[in-house]
Design a protein around this ligand. Structure first.
Ligand code: FAD
Length: 364
């Protein structure tokens, strides 16, 4: 009899298991995948750590989370500064003075501000009715047309004038030459890859892979006093109230026999003709010097049950369905629901770690 059965060896499960073990509890971790680390999993290809489920950059303002993660691995100094490629024109992201200089030839912050104000005025939109009008009213026509329109359309699979305005609440405009994407105190990539990091967290803890909890639920329930479930909450209840929806991403990964394909970890394709949204060149997360390179083209795609769930669709329908499942979850005795799938919530890595640490503080 274990004190805890942790379902899912992703970050939530790994943090919970690590903390439980540290407090002297017995823990078994299972995962239905053939590997640990959940969606942050990296696998080595040609000596390069490839982010199998999408590019992951660790960033946080939470000092306690930063100190916690550094107990298990060292982080490098990687700073996320993506580049936008619009039909061969390259722009710095997030929108900053480099972007404005390239777009309009302006040199000072005041000139950039005037240009944006002038374009917003010309558009004359007072009450934006859709995402297109919202974006133009925030940053003007040029930035919308070249850097927002095509990318957003590909991400959502619909034209921007058919998307609701609320998706874009604000668009950060930096009047400095700072192209660090995240406004975070701490940022980096675990040296040696995310899998190594999670492996270090799970050191000394029993882990069983290729084990689907829901297929052997009663057998597993009998093995532990408490279950920590980090899989999809609707799957736990056999979808009896309906299926929670996600947006999915497809990755097309290629090894290239050249040392450098694009000179940056992330390049966003912001035109609407290029079918992929981004290309990730994995070696640059760790300043690789390998003779080959590995790239992944990312395609945003519709999701159906059975596909890998990536981004929860937090519209009214799904939010209300989740709340009904959450009520059922509260009635389950000796089961803790956690993580991005268990709580149907987009969590950054630091947030999922903070949430697991908080849960542990409450109960352990
Ligand atoms: P998961 O990692 O999904 O772990 C859940 C685990 O449970 C999985 O391994 C799954 O196989 C297992 N499981 C499910 N059902 C069962 C079952 N029935 N039986 C056994 N096992 C089961 N965050 C950042 O901070 N920075 C980023 O740059 C970033 N990039 C991202 C890019 C993408 C494309 C996406 C989708 C997310 C990104 N995130 C990023 C968020 C990050 O991926 C999550 O915060 C993190 O993975 C959540 O961990 P988790 O443990 O909740 O979920």
């Amino acid at each position: 009899m274990y004190d805890y059965l942790v379902v899912g060896a992703g970050l939530y499960g790994a943090v919970f298991a690590q903390q439980a073990k540290e407090k002297g509890k017995s823990v078994l971790v299972i995962d239905k995948r053939s590997h640990i680390a959940g969606n942050v999993y990296t696998e080595e290809v040609e000596g390069i750590n490839v982010h199998k489920y999408g590019a992951h950059i660790f960033h946080t303002n939470l000092k306690e989370v930063w100190e916690y993660v550094n107990r298990f691995i060292e982080f490098n100094r990687f700073t996320n500064s993506p580049v936008a490629n619009y039909k061969g024109e390259l722009y710095s992201l997030p929108f900053n003075m480099y972007t404005f200089n390239k777009m309009w030839g302006v040199v000072t912050p005041q000139e950039a501000q005037e240009k944006i104000a002038q374009q917003r005025k010309e558009a004359g939109i007072t009450e934006p009715k859709n995402l297109e009008e919202q974006a133009i009213s925030l940053v003007g026509t040029d930035i919308y047309e070249k850097l927002i329109k095509g990318y957003t359309q590909k991400q959502w699979g619909r034209p921007c004038n058919e998307l609701p305005a609320f998706i874009i609440k604000r668009l950060p405009v930096r009047l400095t030459f700072d192209n660090n994407y995240f406004n975070a105190l701490y940022q980096g990539i675990p040296i040696g890859g995310y899998t190594k990091w999670v492996e270090n967290m799970l050191d000394g803890i029993e882990v069983r892979l290729n084990e689907d909890y829901l297929e052997k639920k009663s057998e597993y329930d009998a093995m532990a006093k408490t279950v920590v479930y980090t899989g999809p909450i609707d799957a736990y209840f056999d979808y009896k109230l309906g299926v929670l929806e996600y947006r999915s991403v497809r990755f097309d990964t290629e090894v290239l026999d050249i040392p450098n394909f694009q000179g940056n970890a992330a390049v966003n394709y912001t035109d609407s003709e290029t079918p992929w949204t981004r290309i990730i060149e994995h070696k640059w997360f760790e300043f690789g010097t390998q003779p080959k390179t590995v790239i992944s083209r990312e395609y945003s795609s519709e999701w159906k049950l059975g596909d890998e769930p990536y981004y929860p669709v937090n519209n009214e329908k799904n939010t209300s369905l989740y709340q009904q499942y959450a009520k059922l979850a509260q009635k389950e005795s000796n089961v803790i629901f956690g993580g991005r799938l268990g709580e149907y919530k987009y969590y950054d890595m630091d947030q999922v770690i903070a949430s697991a640490l908080e849960k542990c503080n409450q109960i352990l």
